[in-house]
Design a protein around this ligand. Sequence first.
Ligand code: CS2
Length: 475
Amino acid sequence: MTERLSMRSLGQLAVGVERFGYDRAATTIGVAHLGPGAFHRAHQAWFFDRLLETDPRWAISGIAPKSTTLPDALAPQDGLYALAELEAVTRVRVIGAMTEVLAASRDPAAVLARLAAPATRWLGLTVTEKGYGLDAAGDLDHRNPDIAADLAGRGQGTPRSAVGWVVAGLAARRAAGHGPFVVASCDNLPANGRKLRHAVMQMAAERDAELAAWIEGEARFPSSMVDSITPAADGALLALVESRLGLVDAAPVQREGFVQWVLEDDLGPGAPDLGAVGVTLTSDVEGYEAAKLRLLNGAHSSLAYLGLARGFETVAEAAADPELGALLRDLMIIDIAPAVRAPKGMDVGAYIEAILKRFANPAIRHRLIQIAMDGSQKLPIRLLATVQEALDDGRPVARLGLAVAGWMAFVARETAAGRPLLDPLADRLAATVSDGGAAALLEVREVFPARLAQDARFRAAVREGLNGLGIVATA
Ligand code: CS2
């Protein structure tokens, strides 16, 4: 029986497996992270693992806001896990940075103590677009049950939302006489730091005006752009890692070799020196965000829905299809790129070619259905803003309309097949297509603002797109 990866079995690691070189026992936890899922553990934790080689203050406490699955998987492993970088040559590294994993639903007091600890100087979040509980205007969505409960609770009881935990942590720090931690959103939202700050201020103001004033004056919420294609773990990864380590890892992660973190250069004194481990610190995060969210993520979502409609399973398969590949290239170069205010010095053409090469990576099995989830949250950010700007500029939107129609057809197809939609608006979307067909989704205002939905040029492009996908649409 192969032994489990842990600090005790680390000495049995197979020869040639990369691992952290620092003395883990000499580190202290300086980072708390809400949402320690695959992306955090493959991306930010990899940077902090490298920083720990020279600065022991930045070990991570992973805080699972709702589930106990990951804490239970990592506890027997002392928080250790393997990261596989899948390229022509696959590299595997044991990451030691996560020295604590907490389940907020099981031990809220431990979570609050960690957030309030003087040594905790950084609170990261990867809770996905839906995890912030914001409405289309970027305000706290009072219809979100976790947000509503935390607003009503006014700080009493255990937080239920990510924003609630940020406020509770800051309140505890203020009460203890400590300064705030840096609050670093690492999700695919434009101006993620500003959006999170706004949400935290709204919730804090409901709780205590003086707390809100303190947060406003003292706390920093840098925006960031994060990028690395990180497919969900699968059986192949578990087998690969066991064969490489010679040990069993119940919670490995995998990603491509490319990894980028662009962080707003507003971290304040005492922050981790992330620039020393390859993080780009800049005042122009917005340009990097626009390029990545609209070009990479916009292309990803378009490929997911149009690829699934053609029966493809992975990004590489769909991108290799001659017709889809040509459409994707034109969509990026002709339709999306003109709407992207890229950062100074970025060669957008080269950036697009690099993305297409990354999509074609044969070592990565990135399932389209993973990208297709949460479309109601992703589409406005990744495609609809680009559509509106194209319409305002008088540019054609046929391909963009087809991509949007791809999502609508996906919702209709999954609903007709009785397969559950993974989307915070799942019930609403299923009911809408059941009553009015795919085209009726244009009336879902949480996704399609009225100005866009009522634009005849956009409606025609979507209608054409649906017809091209075999869905007769007259609306
Ligand atoms: C993907 C992203 O699942 C998805 O929605 O588009 O996770 C994508 O892989 C990352 O943003 C790449 O950095």
